[in-house]
Write a protein that binds this ligand. Sequence first.
Ligand code: ZN
Length: 469
Amino acid sequence: MIRSILIAAVCLFALQLEAQEKFAIQNVSVITMVNETVLENHTVIVDKGRITKVAPTNKTKLSKNVRVIDGTGKFLMPGLFDMHTHFFYEQGDHINTNEAELKMMLANGITTARIMAGHPSYLEAKSNVKSGKWIGPELSVASPQFVGRWPFPPEFKNYEIVASETKAQEAVKRFKAEGYDAIKITFMMAKPIYKAVTEAAAKENIKVVGHVGPIVMLPAAIEAGQQIEHMDMFIETLLPDTSYNHGQSVSDYNIYSKAAWETVPHLMESKIPALAKSVKDAGIYVTPTNYFFLSVFGFPLSEDEIKAKPDYNYLPSKLKAEKWKYRESYLKRMAPLESREKYVKIRKQMVHELWKAGVPLMAGSDAPEFFQVAGFALHDELKAMVDAGLTPFAALQTATVNPAKFLDMASRTGTIEVGKEADLILLQKNPLEDVTNTRAITGVSTNHQWLDKNAIVNLLQQSRETLEK
Ligand SMILES: [Zn+2]
């Protein structure tokens, strides 16, 4: 008796597994991201993690063993990329909750994430997802950040001090061999060392990504073809002449500096189109992380606004006090409203002009900076793209096709096409009408699995419990 129950249970399990492997989303509106056309009343079939069919529902016959997901009234689009994120591990008491954070990202529709400063545990996370041991987005992991010196306490080692050209070359080789996907630049690096890094990286066939500091400055970064985060040092080029051109503009690096904010009234918006053209001509991808800069430094969110965001519920309590303290110290030094208004206007205009010039933009949240939490925060960045003047379709490109192309993954992900990996999200509402509808997630597919609404809620609950431990 027990034996037959066991056999029945095993059979049922096997059946479920098979059904998991093959599923069809029926009667859904498909936003393929190949172009803006929405394929209405379509069926998308997934088998063993690959899209095997995209066709009108009335012309699609399904075999019996296929799990059917009703997509009526819903929208299916490729899974999202967050191109700039970090783990909580780098903050507070350095508690490793990487696995929980990956679940949180996936529950928010992130099926690929780029971790922007390396650590051995992040490479481990990457391989755990790849092997199926963990559930989460596919990871691209940048190296420990290259710096000229490290001005903070050295307790969490995800930086590499490169004090000489030889050291720089050696570090590039080592990180490539260790499995990092890019070389991350941070700051305070002398120009010849920067040059040595970019040359060594070209030789090793690994991309250079990250900040542009006031020593290297934008022209050198453009010449090297570095992929640029935060539009670092772009604002510098809007200063009227060399008398102001002293690396003191209010770029990422100088955001806390009073002197930097004093240059804002001198900035010339008329220089933005030429700046955009030079970035476009160099073929450089840009991750503006505009929501982060505007909501923290431009027009800081109020205390109530911060607490009302979904992110706040997933922020470990242990980190909250520190974050309120940082916010307080910025608010105390904050520049006058007039300067901040101009700063916000210029950052939006830069994103708009870069897009119009044809620069491939990529959506990145920079979570968990301040009160942003990975997964949730990416949706704010998509909204920031639209607020800067992109169409909702163009905003979605920044989190699908553009990053897929940059990461050399375009042949297997970023769009919904036969043969591609089934990185998919099912939405209750149309994100092309209102980009904030990317939050209305009711299904996610990745790693051969279909996660329905219940599974998503469970993932979020599990991550929250781990993060509060
Ligand atoms: Zn960052």
